[in-house]
Design a protein around this ligand. Structure first.
Ligand SMILES: Cc1ncc(COP(=O)(O)O)c(C=O)c1O
Length: 410
């Protein structure tokens, strides 16, 4: 196993976490062993126990649909309470939605039209959520203002960059808890306190926060927060949370109007026509599996140490090719994800980044995320419990030289 020596620190790879029977943690997932999986952040990965739980629930649904569906709202409500406990919020604050995009769309659909209609976002915002804000601004006859946060901004700089763009004209603030393309935190607690002081509604996009941050809403004042359970919590896909606090939450309705329409928030979200809600019901199986097997704290520490190691060895391999590439200081890092600057010419925009992701999967057998920010391309590394140091060593040895060649060919 490698040890990376930089000017200031030595990073050694953390010892892999094992299953109780001594097998590697990856044995609890069904990921293709012929591929390397270094991109947990995009779409997550569901452990077998949660897949089995969802399959059993589906079988139950299909055995007796007429028994299943009328009883479903009560089961969803019970699951909601369990998931609220995991996130450290009150059950009456949390609604279940299919994904973070649906949560943001719900907020955009529920907010009343504002005169002026200026929506403040940041240049780190998730593209689809920012596009939703732009569409809302068009509906309001308003505009979107973008706060520019330097990639390496520390807490104070990031706070000033966002708050410096708030004004009497601001009608809604949308800010990421953990950013997607730049894998960093934004100071949402301080931004929330200031938005609250100005009585401006705040939507926090916490898509990546559940699982990565313990009790993610602790100390945060916000009207709306969305978080995916199908990313770091490893729940089945289509499983996300919308947390809403304060009087505005009564304006929120599920995107699918259904029989719960006259119920208060969040009960009205427990029934959304005839949908397959087995993902929600199986989500606690994923959370419980990780807690019982290793404990979330241990897993977070492992992910963080492994991501550090991965960024250092891949960064060092890139830096050997060109001075312009290597690990990146993102100011407020997150456990489990790291950013590494790519050689010039790779992944300069989102379309190129996605094409590079597809080529690396196809030709090099590695699933990894590439992102772009400010015209530069980045490798966004993820580390989850099923990853080991060997995954990143493989990337550094086999993929970095290929990427260097592809950059030179351009
Ligand atoms: C910050 C952020 N917001 C929103 C989303 C959208 O999540 P989903 O596709 O589950 O709606 C993502 C997905 O990666 C994200 O990273």
């Amino acid at each position: 196993m490698w040890s990376v020596v930089s000017e200031t620190e030595v990073t050694t790879a953390p010892r892999p976490l094992l299953l109780p029977d001594g097998r590697p943690a990856a044995g609890a997932w069904s990921l293709d062993p012929a591929m390397k999986h270094l991109n947990h952040g995009s779409f997550g990965a569901v452990p077998l126990v949660a897949q089995e739980r969802q399959n059993a629930l589906r079988a139950e649904m299909d055995r007796s649909p007429v028994v299943w569906f009328p009883a479903l709202p009560q089961r969803v409500a019970a699951t909601r309470a369990e998931l609220a406990g995991f996130l450290g919020v009150a059950p009456d604050e949390l609604a279940l939605v299919p994904n973070a995009s649906a949560g943001a769309s719900t907020v955009y659909a529920g907010l009343p039209r504002r005169r002026g209609g200026e929506i403040l976002v940041t240049d780190h915002g998730y593209g689809a959520v920012t596009m939703g804000a732009e569409r809302l601004a068009r509906r309001w006859g308003g505009t979107v203002r973008t706060a520019r946060v330097p990639l390496d901004a520390d807490e104070e700089q990031a706070y000033q960059a966002v708050v410096g763009e708030m004004s009497a004209a601001t009608d809604l603030v949308v800010v990421d808890h953990i950013t997607s393309s730049t894998a960093r935190r934004l100071p949402v607690a301080r931004i929330g306190a200031e938005a609250h002081r100005r009585a401006v509604p705040l939507l926090v996009d916490g898509a990546h926060a559940p699982g990565l941050i313990d009790a993610p809403l602790e100390g945060i004042t916000c009207d709306f927060w969305v978080g995916n359970l199908h990313k770091w919590c490893c729940a089945p896909r289509g499983t996300a949370t919308l947390v809403a606090r304060g009087p505005l939450r009564e304006l929120l309705h599920p995107l699918i109007d259904s029989w719960g329409a006259d119920d208060p928030y969040p009960e009205r979200f427990d029934q959304q026509g005839t949908v397959d809600a087995t993902g929600y019901l199986a989500a606690p199986a994923a959370l419980g599996f990780i807690e019982r097997t290793w404990g979330w704290q241990t897993v977070r520490r492992y992910m963080d140490e492994l991501a550090d190691y991965g960024a250092q060895i891949t960064g060092a391999a890139f830096a050997e090719l060109t001075d312009a590439a290597g690990p990146v200081d993102v100011g407020m890092p997150v456990p489990g994800m790291r950013l590494v600057r790519l050689p010039e010419g790779l992944a300069a925009n989102r379309v190129e980044a996605d094409a590079l992701r597809d080529r690396v999967a196809r030709e090099l057998g590695v699933e990894v995320a590439f992102t772009s920010f400010g015209g530069a391309g980045y490798l966004r590394l993820s580390a989850h419990v099923y990853n080991t140091a060997a995954d990143y060593e493989h990337f550094a040895e086999a993929c970095v030289p290929a990427l260097g060649e592809w950059a030179r060919e351009r």
